[in-house]
Design a protein around this ligand. Structure first.
Ligand code: GCU
Length: 624
């Protein structure tokens, strides 16, 4: 058992480990380093689009799902994808018909819309017609905000893309298959759990299937802005007077030397640069007047990007986030993260959260709690969440779902993970509210896992060197009143998340009072703690499942947390009770994880007020 790590050995060990990890991964997965990255149009929610939300016909393709998978597992392009109709007279042909099939609402999971499909984890086909008037000199993409878990997309009988991952967006080019007038799209979504999936087969949330986020059609000029990164320059040290905006704009289909203008009128920053041979135009420009984004002043600027006839205006905040020893500095000032975990489940109505009302309700609770931070667990949420966090000044932890056991020994799984990480970072890199990228939650402390995740943490750093890399660890060893975290993966992280359940899974609530934490000399976020309580269930404060016991756990936790010198934030588990079909105590759980501070229909439990008070009075932890 080695003692707590000091930063010098930690950073030396970090760089040596990283070098080893890259060499190791590079040697094993040279060819498999990257899976084909689907196109992903950045800032799409700030472009005019044709929404394809609404009623879609659906057909269920029960296992073995032969309409989707051929005997050899290959995708069947010749069945439901063709969207044909059965001959009512003449020879026998197809035995399916979308046009007379029932409908469900997109965006939306099928589980909470169709009672017979509540627990269905298989293939559902979705179809709708749509009108398009393709114009010369333009390209068109079908945008899917998210589809859980694997999806295959056909437009006018042509397969245009396939995607794996239930929580990140993808765009499928349809320029060559569109025609004027009525077109149709068919999307098969398979929510079957996969051992080599991300997440793998076991996880503690409900496996909502379907087209769970917005679907739209977007048309852009032949050369258009598909990606950009606009941020406050981020040197090795914080400079109070820094007003330099920097980054790049990528113009897909642009010839080298194509002009690109970045204009932030309110900040007095404007520059025109030229694309290189790959369509990328790096830039730096000083703003003459700049208010940095923070919870106290969540200032967003209109940023107008133009190149040729393409134009896009995004709302972007500028801020600096970094660590300094065991401190987290926002715009050079030490900050304490008063947080809460949030699952992407719609309060009250249930199902996947995916519209403005869901997001507004969730953020109203977060603000009522006096929180300044949310951990969006355990997967990227609807982009509306980050937009709301940007507007409301709520800092965000965003995570890819490497939840507990993943096939860490599989190169193809590593490749999927890198793609998912890229999708997450690409969609939200211009969101000032996002300060932390997390690559995992509660994974087993062994060398294969550590190398896998260290590789991912490095990938994240290379993709975005302006944010902090973290993960939620639960590899601490608790013995008596000593809790020691000695996990080599912590070396690869800027900020360490720790999950603990003293008073619920481990020991009694009061054990927390005397618990001594032995942690690396890095900023620490207690990324999970809590207890279950059924709203309205009352009893003694040591009677489990009661609001009193949950409140009691919080009281003792807050005592313990205040004594941890490296603690720079907390995110109790969790804001709202959420569905999980591993939670089956009748009358108490009924298919819900009851660690919420609010019930699934928005009823506040006693513990809500304890945390609300602590955050109001800033009695939890110290920023410095
Ligand atoms: C874990 C895990 C969560 C889970 C929670 C619980 O720590 O990260 O996903 O829901 O504990 O057991 O309630």
């Amino acid at each position: 058992m080695i003692g707590p790590l000091n930063s010098a050995t930690a950073s030396h060990r970090t760089s040596r480990n990283i070098a080893v990890a890259i060499a190791f991964l590079g040697s094993i997965f040279p060819a498999l380093g990257q899976q084909a990255f689907q196109t992903l149009l950045v800032g799409l929610d700030h472009r005019p689009v044709t929404s394809l939300n609404g009623d879609w016909h659906y057909l269920v393709d029960q296992s073995p799902a032969r309409a989707l998978y051929l005997e050899n597992g290959a995708i069947n392009d010749k069945s439901y994808a063709m969207n044909e109709h059965p001959n009512l007279v003449g020879s026998h042909n197809e035995e399916y018909d979308f046009s007379t099939a029932p409908t469900l609402n997109v965006p939306g999971d099928w589980n909470t819309q169709i009672p017979q499909l509540f627990n269905y984890e298989g293939v559902v086909w979705n179809q709708r017609d749509f009108n398009a008037q393709p114009k010369p000199g333009t390209r068109s993409f079908l945008h899917i905000g998210a589809a859980n878990y694997r999806s295959h997309v056909w437009v006018n009988q042509k397969r245009v893309c396939d995607h794996e991952g239930g929580f990140t967006p993808f765009d499928c080019e349809v320029t060559s298959v569109l025609h004027p007038g009525t077109n149709f799209v068919v999307i098969a979504v398979d929510a079957t759990r996969l051992i080599d999936g991300i997440p793998s087969v076991g996880y503690d949330w409900f496996n909502y299937g379907g087209l769970t986020r917005d679907v739209s059609l977007v048309t852009v000029p032949n050369a258009f802005i598909d990606d950009y990164d606009i941020h406050l320059s981020h040197g090795p040290a914080w400079h109070p007077g820094n007003t330099e905006l920097t980054g790049y704009v990528h113009v897909l289909g642009a010839a080298a030397g194509t002009p690109v203008t970045i204009d932030v009128p309110e900040a007095g920053a404007k520059i025109t640069v030229k694309t290189d041979a790959d369509g990328r135009a790096p830039f730096s420009v000083k703003a003459t007047r700049l208010t940095l984004w923070s919870p106290e002043s969540p200032k967003l600027y209109k940023v107008r990007l133009t190149s040729g006839i393409d134009e896009l205006t995004d709302d972007i905040g500028f801020r600096d986030i970094r660590v300094d020893g065991t401190g987290i500095l926002l715009n050079g000032k030490a900050v304490f993260l008063k947080g809460i975990n949030v699952h992407a489940e719609a309060p009250v109505r249930g199902g996947r959260a995916n519209n403005d009302q869901d997001v507004a309700t969730i953020f109203s609770y977060v603000k009522e709690l006096n929180a300044n931070f949310v951990r969006l667990c355990h997967y990227p949420h609807d982009e509306r969440m980050e937009r709301a966090a940007d507007r409301d000044g709520i800092m965000v932890w965003s995570e890819i779902p490497n939840w507990q056991h993943i096939s860490f020994d599989k190169p193809e799984v590593y490749a999927k993970d890198v793609t998912m990480l890229k999708e997450m970072i690409r969609r939200d890199r211009n969101k000032a509210s996002v300060i932390l990228w997390s690559v995992s939650n509660e994974t087993p402390n062994n060398p294969i896992r550590t190398k896998f995740l260290t590789g991912l943490a490095n990938e994240a750093r290379q993709l975005d060197s302006t944010r902090l890399i973290t993960s939620a660890l639960n590899s601490e060893h608790i013995e008596g009143s000593a809790a020691t975290l000695n996990d080599p993966f912590a070396d690869a992280l800027d900020v360490i998340g720790v999950n603990e359940y003293i008073g619920w899974y481990t020991g009694r609530p009061e054990n927390a009072d005397t618990m001594q934490w032995i942690l690396p000399q890095k900023p620490v976020i207690m990324s999970e703690f809590g207890a279950e309580a059924k709203y309205g269930n009352h009893g003694a404060d040591n009677q489990r499942w009661t609001e009193e016991q949950q409140a009691n756990v919080y009281k003792h936790q807050l005592v313990m947390l205040g004594k941890i010198p490296q603690l720079r934030g907390i995110a109790p588990w969790i804001l709202i009770d959420f569905r999980s079909n591993t939670r089956n105590i009748p009358k108490l759980q009924d298919g819900y994880n009851r660690k919420g501070l609010l019930s699934e229909d928005g009823q506040k439990k006693q513990a809500f007020f304890i945390l609300q008070r602590a955050y109001k009075d800033n009695t939890v932890g110290n920023a410095e």
